[in-house]
Design a protein around this ligand. Structure first.
Ligand SMILES: CC(C)(COP(=O)(O)OP(=O)(O)OC[C@H]1O[C@@H](n2cnc3c(N)ncnc32)[C@H](O)[C@@H]1OP(=O)(O)O)[C@@H](O)C(=O)NCCC(=O)NCCS
Length: 201
């Protein structure tokens, strides 16, 4: 990718197609190998990339009706992607993947894909958009807080081969249209205390 960070109006959001699998796989490998070595081991990066981004794994997810992959493109080139999946809780949608090419980061592309995921969650009638983020991934935690998420849980998940995911669960309230003349429920940036009162696991 060339150096210039795209401006917001150059970026289009669309649905990922089978023809995009190789580009997404290559982008994931590039972003993960640049971003994660200070957070998890190179062995864990290779293990998780193989688990999540093998072409047949992505192809199978594109055929499912409970998984939604999206891409952000500039002049037809994929610079970022997201994937959402229905979670075990009926009131939430999980933002399972969100990756922006390193040279395009901090330009609002992640925010666009988050807003797109929030709209999908609203269309599906969900109340919460949730995600898991490594506790040491300060860059992503900062981005999620900027875009309305708050930390609500701490989890450690065994993912096999001796690896664990040491994550925060973060959540953003999904905005619903208020019936005319009524006040909408509180939305935007959820306060942690408000969050814990409203949502019990
Ligand atoms: C996290 C990520 C998806 C955010 O997307 P983005 O397009 O960079 O984010 P936006 O431009 O919408 O939001 C910008 C905010 O993100 C954070 N951020 C993004 N890049 C950053 C960087 N290099 N250094 C510090 N903060 C950064 C900051 O909070 C920033 O807000 P600020 O500029 O006001 O300080 C993207 O940076 C990324 O792909 N990071 C690497 C992979 C990753 O960690 N993915 C998330 C996995 S859970």
């Amino acid at each position: 990718m060339t150096a210039a960070r795209p401006t917001s109006n150059q970026v289009s959001i669309g649905t990922l197609a089978a023809a995009d699998i190789e580009a997404v796989r290559a982008l994931a490998h590039e972003v993960w190998h640049k971003h994660y070595p200070s957070i998890i081991t190179v062995e864990q990066i290779a293990y998780m990339l193989a688990q999540r981004y093998a072409p047949d794994v992505i192809a199978a997810e594109l055929r499912r009706d409970d998984v939604w992959w999206h891409k952000a493109t500039v002049a037809g080139r994929i610079i970022a992607f997201s994937a959402c999946v229905l979670s075990e809780r009926s009131d939430e949608l999980k933002l399972d993947k969100l990756y922006v090419h390193n040279e395009a980061q901090r330009g609002g592309v992640g925010g666009k894909l988050i807003d797109n995921a929030a709209k999908l969650a609203a269309r599906l009638g969900k109340t919460w958009l949730v995600l898991a983020v490594n506790k040491n991934n300060a860059q992503a935690i900062g981005a999620y807080e900027k875009h309305g998420f708050a930390i609500c849980e701490s989890v450690v998940k065994d993912i096999g081969e001796g690896f664990v995911m040491d994550d925060f669960i973060m959540a953003r309230h999904v905005e619903k249209e208020a019936p005319s003349g009524q006040q909408a429920e509180p939305n935007g940036k959820p306060k942690a205390r408000w969050w814990s009162l409203k949502r019990e696991r």
